[in-house]
Design a protein around this ligand. Structure first.
Ligand SMILES: NC(=O)c1ccc[n+]([C@@H]2O[C@H](COP(=O)([O-])OP(=O)(O)OC[C@H]3O[C@@H](n4cnc5c(N)ncnc54)[C@H](OP(=O)(O)O)[C@@H]3O)[C@@H](O)[C@H]2O)c1
Length: 275
């Protein structure tokens, strides 16, 4: 394992499901864990749970609703102020397709909600946190995508015409993979790697129970896959890849289309207000 003792790790969406188990495991391994969630009371409850179960008391909490870009900026600002060095960033938070028949929803900033939470938030958060990641001698970014990936139609990214909750979820997860590949290229030559993964299929979490009913596996295996990407020594120099659990795999074709990636990056930078 990558030396984790004393490393600073941020896990977004650590208040439930796979993120909660990932945060717990990294705490067990000796990391200082920054637990993020949208509900401060849940963050505190997870901090207390992790501290009592792992005897690691170096747990901090950060509440921010990733649906809102202003809260993403505030979150990054607090983390940069309190932790000038960040060794591992796990962009795990996400919303699933929800119960069947879900109507299209928009974020407070006017973006399609799944795109905003699952993609625009990590796109912005990661870039705002780069100064802290650059302060690490070797940093890793892990983006939690999904095997559910759907080609983005650049004429209707906000899905105003052909909306379905599954399509919204799947295009947001492909966007996250595209961001991963682009960021890896931009960070080439720097000691920061960035990879993405599908943590497992229909694992037993709130998101899966809500959207699909009966799960097919435990959330623990998803956490193990996230911890693997965050810590496995054999990934020290691996960047810009997509993993199906712990095996390198191919993402949806559009992720390898450089023009599509450039278009997505330019639009995203404009939408989140990054120049
Ligand atoms: N489970 C699977 O089989 C599976 C498969 C493929 C990919 N994934 C991905 O794995 C990641 C974790 O999902 P999960 O299955 O563990 O789901 P989950 O149990 O529903 O957990 C999602 C986490 O994200 C947080 N979150 C949701 N919306 C948020 C928002 N607007 N702002 C801030 N935090 C927010 C949740 O907070 P609350 O606690 O407040 O709800 C929770 O901590 C997701 O990115 C998901 O797409 C999961």
């Amino acid at each position: 394992m990558k030396k984790i003792q004393g490393q600073v790790v941020l896990v977004t969406g650590a208040t439930d499901g796979i993120g909660r188990l990932t945060a717990r495991r990294l705490a067990e391994m000796g990391a200082k864990v920054l637990v993020h969630g949208r509900d401060q009371r849940k963050c505190i409850a997870i901090k207390e749970e992790i501290e009592s179960e792992t005897a690691n008391s170096r747990i901090d909490t950060y509440a921010a609703d990733l649906a809102e870009l202003g809260q993403v900026r505030a979150l990054a600002g607090r983390i940069l102020a309190e932790h000038p060095r960040l060794d591992i960033l796990i962009n795990n938070a996400g919303i699933g397709p929800g119960p069947s028949g879900q109507a299209r929803a928009i974020s407070p900033d006017g973006f399609e909600l799944r795109f905003a939470v699952n993609y625009l938030a990590p796109f912005l958060l990661t870039q705002l946190l780069l100064p802290a990641l650059r302060a690490s001698t070797s940093a890793r970014i892990v983006n939690v995508s999904s095997a559910a990936q759907r080609t983005i139609d650049f004429d209707d990214v906000m899905l105003t015409k052909k909306y379905s909750p599954m399509r919204a979820y799947a295009q947001s997860k492909l966007a996250l993979a595209m961001f991963t590949f682009d960021l890896a290229e931009r960070l080439r030559g720097e000691p920061i790697t960035v990879n993405c993964l599908h943590p497992g299929s229909l694992l037993d979490t709130k998101m899966v129970r809500e959207a699909f009913g009966t799960p097919q596996g435990g959330a623990q295996s998803g956490a193990e896959a996230e911890v693997f990407l965050a810590t496995a020594p054999r990934l020290d120099d691996v960047s810009g890849r997509y993993f199906f659990e712990t095996r390198e795999a191919r993402a949806e074709t559009q992720a390898y289309d450089q023009n599509a990636r450039q278009t997505l990056w330019a639009l995203s930078a404009e939408w989140v207000g990054l120049t």
